[in-house]
Design a protein around this ligand. Structure first.
Ligand SMILES: [Zn+2]
Length: 441
């Protein structure tokens, strides 16, 4: 009897897999039409009515959807189970997001959630990952889903892979990784940017970077904001191509994935996108700027309708890779905005300065409470030439004036920065990791 149940159950899941595969392949690199969205949103709407948050939204219509108030991310964070359509114990996989902005968010997922998201990302990465790729996954597989996603993609694409998060105490560490590398010779490395930096620095100190990087062709960053100058710098050190592999969150699933041209494309078959332009929320068509509002089309455990991600984005079309789906640039959380002497700082501009004109392996901004004093600490690159530092400091000041319209009170090179600037967390907040608030004296 139980065998029959298991077989049926498995066949059901294979049917889900086929459906996801047909849908993703059917719209490959194309924007779905309006009829597709009406069907998919109505299904998401029906599932959403199973949660306390959306219980009273009534029957679906496109007009009702258009008029439905946007779901604030803060409310989802404050009452995550209010939005769940299932109890944590009914989940096929139970995750929690890391608490970068507060307490952890419970995230129960059904098999459908996992299958749809995996297929969506795998079909998007198919052009990036070769069939004979050897993938090393330096991402955590406990509590958070990030390593599970990459493993799922590799299994789906039939690519050799190993999980090797270097902070799994008692199982794995940097020495173990180095030893594994000699045998497996990975060609693609998935890591959070901070972990990649730490690994790079350690290998360089040991004089092993050239050897270890020899087999690696692709660095796939995920889990944290990472900027183009940062990727260029890491790519140089590893003599590999560095990609911003994906963008999304545990709450929303994967919203965008990298293409062969190094851009990120939204995944419009998996999510319905809208933009909050400040005055109104409009469907995303072609180019635009604003806060990204998302309706995941294949969410089951926790369906979300019109979730305001809080992320400021720019969207463009016409990528040289040939895909007709929109290219997205994520500028980060609107609330991450920091000012120094009234000048707003962005991660992107700061990293353009740090990684664009120095060989620093990390940085920390020290700001006073009032935002009047700002010091930039730079971690010395490997084999750094100290005689050249006064010149490097001046270059940083010049570039900061050009790009940030700001001169630092001081720019200081240090031998090493606190570990949390490159922590192993899979999702970290820039404010926590790279900014230190100085106490008033
Ligand atoms: Zn592209």
């Amino acid at each position: 009897m139980s065998e029959v149940v298991v077989i049926l159950h498995t066949e059901k899941r294979i049917a889900v897999l086929r459906e996801a595969q047909n849908e993703m392949r059917g719209h490959r690199e194309q924007m779905p039409d309006d009829a597709f969205y009406t069907r998919k949103i109505s299904e998401a709407w029906r599932r959403a009515r199973g949660s306390a948050a959306y219980r009273d939204i009534g029957e679906f219509s496109r007009e009702r959807f258009r008029l439905l108030p946007v779901t604030p991310r803060e409310d989802l964070k404050a009452r995550p189970l209010h939005y769940a359509a299932i109890e944590p114990g009914q989940a096929a996989k139970y995750y929690e997001t890391t608490g970068t902005t507060g307490s952890p968010t419970p995230t129960p997922r059904l098999a459908q959630d996992t299958i749809w998201n995996t297929v969506s990302v795998a079909e998007a990465w198919r052009t990036l990952l070769a069939a004979d790729e050897r993938v090393a996954i330096l991402l955590p597989s406990d509590i958070v889903p990030v390593a599970d996603l990459v493993v799922g993609v590799c299994e789906y694409l039939d690519i050799a892979h190993i999980r090797c998060y270097p902070f799994a105490t008692g199982i794995s560490d940097w020495d173990r990784l180095e030893a594994m590398w000699r045998t497996f010779r990975p060609t693609a490395v998935f890591a959070a940017p901070g972990v990649a930096l730490q690994f790079t620095r350690l290998l360089a100190q040991r004089g092993r970077l050239d050897d270890i990087s020899g087999s690696v062709e692709k660095l796939m960053f995920l889990g944290e904001v990472n900027t183009a100058p940062f990727r260029r710098r890491l790519g140089q050190w590893w003599q590999a191509t560095a990609y911003d592999a994906s963008y999304g969150s545990t709450e929303t699933g994967t919203l965008a994935a990298a293409c062969t041209e190094g851009h990120q494309h939204l995944l419009p078959t998996a999510t319905y996108f809208e933009l909050d332009t400040g005055s109104e929320v409009v469907p995303l068509r072609g180019a635009g700027e604003g806060r990204l509002v998302v309706t995941p089309l294949n969410a089951y455990g926790r369906p979300l309708l019109r979730l305001d991600t809080g992320d400021e984005v720019s969207v463009a079309s016409g990528c040289p890779c040939g895909s007709a789906t929109p290219v997205v640039t994520v500028h980060g959380r609107a609330t991450d905005g920091l000012t120094v002497r009234g000048v707003p700082l962005s991660v992107r501009a700061v990293e353009e300065v740090v990684y664009g004109c120095t060989d620093a392996t990390g940085y920390l901004l020290e700001l006073d409470a009032a935002g009047n004093y700002a010091r930039l600490l730079l971690e010395r690159g490997f084999g750094a030439d100290r005689a050249g530092e006064p010149q490097a400091r001046e270059l940083v000041q010049q570039r900061s004036e050009e790009l940030l319209e700001l001169r630092w009170d001081s720019v200081v090179f240090v031998n090493s920065l606190p570990a949390n600037t490159k922590s192993g967390a899979s999702q970290k907040s820039w404010k926590r990791s790279n900014i230190r608030r100085l106490e008033a004296a």
